[in-house]
Ligand binder design. Structure first.
Ligand code: CU
Length: 175
């Protein structure tokens, strides 16, 4: 009789132990998943004034501009961008050499710690082929900015009429 009670206790102990272990494991998995999810999103970076210049009907490329702010203490490195709307997106910088402006492909663009970088015509910009369905002023496009850290940020760009024709950056028609 005594052994039966002992066995029952042993049985109960085992069940308790297993359920405690399970709870601990589930808690650990939950923490791990939460950590993974937060690491994939940039919380610090702020993107404002994101817009794409409406392209003339004959144009094959169009340019996009924005202001990226990095309030964090770590340098931010933009390495690419992607969107369902565009086949591909390039990182470009327009520079002027001997009075001739030209676009240089950027493998990466640095946004300094506690700093910001202005993407604007005649300077840094993103550039993409015009989509089959022509984009006009007022259209909105989601673009995902990809950073070297593996983090990304989804940004809504609004299509606008360009401000003047000076210093492209939005087109391949430089003089
Ligand atoms: Cu360009």
């Amino acid at each position: 009789m005594c052994s039966v009670i002992m066995d029952m206790d042993g049985y109960r102990m085992t069940i308790n132990k297993v359920s405690t272990m399970l709870t601990k494991k589930l808690t650990n998995i939950f923490i791990l998943v939460s950590l993974l999810m937060t690491s994939l999103v940039v919380h610090a970076v702020e993107v404002n004034d994101a817009w794409i210049r409406e392209a003339p009907p004959a144009a094959s490329m169009m340019g996009g501009f924005m202001v990226i702010e990095n309030p964090s203490a770590k340098e931010l490195v933009l390495v690419g961008a992607s969107s369902k709307t565009f086949k591909h997106i390039m990182l470009h910088r327009t520079v002027e050499e001997d009075g001739v402006s030209k676009m240089i492909h950027q493998m990466k663009i640095l946004i300094p710690a506690h700093g910001k970088l202005v993407f604007k015509p005649g300077s840094y910009h993103i550039m993409m082929p015009v989509p089959d369905k022509r984009l006009v002023a007022g259209d909105k496009v989601m673009i995902r900015l990809e950073f070297k850290s593996g983090e990304s940020k989804d940004v809504e760009f609004v299509v606008r009429k360009g401000m003047g024709m000076n210093h492209g950056g939005g087109g391949h028609h430089h003089h």
